[in-house]
Ligand binder design. Structure first.
Ligand code: ATR
Length: 264
């Protein structure tokens, strides 16, 4: 039986095994998908196991999306542009790093009734997922992308790859049409220390977090009369694209699958 994995740290919260194992069953594919918590010094030996084909494919989550890159043979264009890998596949005997987060975010935005063209976007955070979001937003022809991160230097570093960014101090709230929480604030019910009450209405508040389904950031956004969306659709579509890369089949996204992600 073929074996697939997601690696990360922490990994307990990951719903990827639930999603992939259901799709494997639905498609009568004889394989199993597990999750493994790794320490950083264990990455190389894990990747060697993949090279020996003991593992058929691997998803990579926080905080290893960049750290796996030196051990891979090739990168897809998107993985190269973002220096972020969340899916590892084989091309013959070569290990290839892909980035399906970009596809996930793009599909999530497409599924909303909200035109991104010529909009001002404010991203809170500068961590692992942000380059993927910026790349996807650039394809949507947004007007301006502003980054605000607690550690300003990390936001400045993104300019090396993406020239069109504007950086503002953490704690400042410039005008925006869309605000994206890409920090980890909210995973444990924390509140972002920003006053959104003067930002106007009918904006889009998007949170990359999907568990909890409604962070305080989304709750406040909704109370103030804005459209809100969590990271669930992005999560499902990054998995969908990984499944397609490994198995050559487009898995179904139906109520059975959506319900799987609710029962916690
Ligand atoms: P990494 O930074 O290792 O890539 P991540 O989970 O992808 O990890 O990113 C976490 C993001 O949440 C970062 O932008 C982080 O800000 P710093 O770069 O300053 O660390 C942000 N973050 C986490 N906790 C925060 C807090 N209490 N206040 C503000 N920002 C926070």
């Amino acid at each position: 039986m073929k074996k697939y994995l997601v690696i990360g740290n922490p990994i307990d919260h990951s719903l990827s095994p639930r999603l992939h194992n259901s799709w494997l069953k639905q498609n009568n594919i004889n394989a199993k998908y597990d999750k493994i918590k790794l320490e950083v010094d264990e990455i190389e030996s894990l990747i060697n196991k993949i090279k020996q084909k003991k593992i058929a494919g691997c998803n990579v989550t926080v905080p290893f999306k960049k750290k796996v890159i030196p051990y891979l043979d090739k990168l897809s264009k998107e993985a190269e542009q973002t220096q972020s890998v969340n899916t590892i596949t084989f091309d013959g005997n070569d290990l290839v790093g892909h980035n399906t987060d970009i596809f996930g975010f793009t599909k999530a935005i497409e599924s909303l009734d909200f035109a991104m063209k010529n909009k001002n976007i404010l991203i809170l955070g500068a961590g692992g997922v942000v380059p993927s979001i910026i790349l996807a937003l650039n394809e949507m022809n947004v007007s301006e992308i502003i980054i605000s991160n607690r550690t300003k230097q990390k936001a400045e570093n993104l300019k090396f790859f993406f020239k069109n960014l504007k950086i503002v101090e953490w704690g400042r709230l410039p005008d925006f049409d869309v605000i994206i929480n890409a920090t980890s604030i909210g995973l444990n019910d924390e509140i972002i220390n920003l006053d959104f009450s003067k930002s106007g209405k009918n904006k889009l508040f998007y949170d990359v977090i999907y568990n909890p389904a409604e962070t305080n950031f989304l709750k406040i956004g909704k109370e103030l009369g804005n459209k809100t969306e969590n990271g669930k659709t992005m999560f499902i579509y990054q998995a969908y694209e990984a499944f397609r890369l490994w198995h050559g089949v487009s898995p179904k996204i139906n109520n059975e699958i959506l319900n799987l992600l609710e029962n916690d």
